[in-house]
Ligand binder design. Structure first.
Ligand code: GYE
Length: 330
């Protein structure tokens, strides 16, 4: 259900981007007249939480870029709870900020509060994660990764890795936060690619909420309930790193007994890849701050912005991780 809606929305968004619509034609939030009152743009930003290394890097990127861009940032941490994000957005509307940016913890349930922002003529920018609202006029643009593509890249590596074997491959999956865009899409992209070969079997799949602690806990349960695990696909590095502790605790060797694929490519993940504990990482960049500030300035000034801005990213093998580590920014 989620997937159908999102695919539909995405198609709409792309179509909108191509026709060049979906952008403001008049200054929306009273540029310069916002809460700062000194010609500065004021941005209300509702962050998901502090659940992972990715999130910490993302928060830092947003805060530093706001400073550099001269944007006054009202930052709110939702501690992974949608109700906190809704409260934060309502408070930003009350405070008459010039622009609201947020990274929605889950995809569904945003229409009412986004309508409130729209009625108050405060433009909204989605950053990092998407919403599944069918009314795409509720936000000006969505800046972030293509999570389906990330899932596909993970699946493609696996297909290649096992191309010479006909034996069954038992996979366990640690999903991100239930209902979040990256969990839904990384699962879907991966499943689509591996479905082409019946030897791949997802033996167990459960949420680890994108945290190290939950990743460890759920992997411990997988190791007890699922015999002969060949591969772990974790929707982020942190869950993979927690799972490594569980695997080692069970007397198995990560990277050898169980191959691990993760997403993000934060420093700790890259180190585990360089050490051979993780086998492959799909990059997801958290450094969205500079582009976010650019988009915010344009939106507030009533300039055209693309309806979708996709982050560029790559993938890493062990050798590539060793090379990239010394200059890795996050
Ligand atoms: O992959 C994960 C974080 O939304 C892309 O959220 C983000 C994800 C990221 O908790 O580590």
């Amino acid at each position: 259900m989620f997937r159908k809606v999102s695919a539909f929305v995405l198609a709409g968004v792309v179509a909108t981007a191509m026709t060049g619509c979906g952008s403001t034609s008049a200054p929306a939030g009273g540029a310069g007249g916002g809460a700062a009152g000194d010609g500065k743009i004021t941005m209300g930003f509702s962050q998901v939480g502090a659940e992972s290394g990715w999130r910490t890097a993302n928060t830092k990127s947003v805060q530093e870029s706001a400073k550099t861009a001269g944007v006054e940032l009202k930052f709110s941490d939702a501690q992974q709870k949608q109700e906190n994000q809704i409260k934060a957005i309502r408070s930003f509307v009350q405070q008459k900020v010039d622009v609201i940016a947020f990274s929605p913890v889950v995809e569904s349930g945003w229409d009412t509060v986004l309508k409130e922002a729209q009625n108050a003529k405060i433009p909204v920018i989605l950053t990092d994660r998407a919403v599944d609202s069918t009314d795409t006029t509720l936000y000006k643009t969505f800046l972030g990764s293509d999570f389906v593509e990330e899932g596909k890249k993970a699946g493609q590596w696996l297909v290649e890795e096992y191309k010479d074997s006909a034996d069954p491959v038992n996979i366990v999956e640690l999903q991100g936060t239930t209902g979040s865009a990256p969990a839904n899409d990384r699962k879907a992209g991966f499943a689509e690619v591996i479905a082409a070969e019946p030897k791949f079997k997802i033996a167990a799949s459960q949420t680890g909420d994108f945290t190290r602690a939950k990743g460890k806990e759920v992997m411990e349960a997988f190791l007890k309930s699922t015999p002969d695990i060949d591969v772990l696909y974790a929707h982020n590095d942190d869950m993979g790193l927690g799972a490594i502790e569980a695997i080692e605790g069970a007397g198995k060797v990560p990277g050898k007994d169980i191959k691990i694929i993760t997403v993000d490519a934060v420093k700790d993940g890259m180190q585990a890849l360089a050490d051979g504990k993780i086998s492959f990482i799909v990059e997801c960049s958290p450094l969205l701050g500079p582009q976010l500030m650019d988009l915010a300035k344009k939106v507030v000034a009533g300039e055209q912005v693309p309806a979708r801005v996709v982050t560029e990213e790559t993938t890493f093998t062990q050798e590539q991780a060793k090379q990239a580590l010394p200059t890795r920014q996050y």
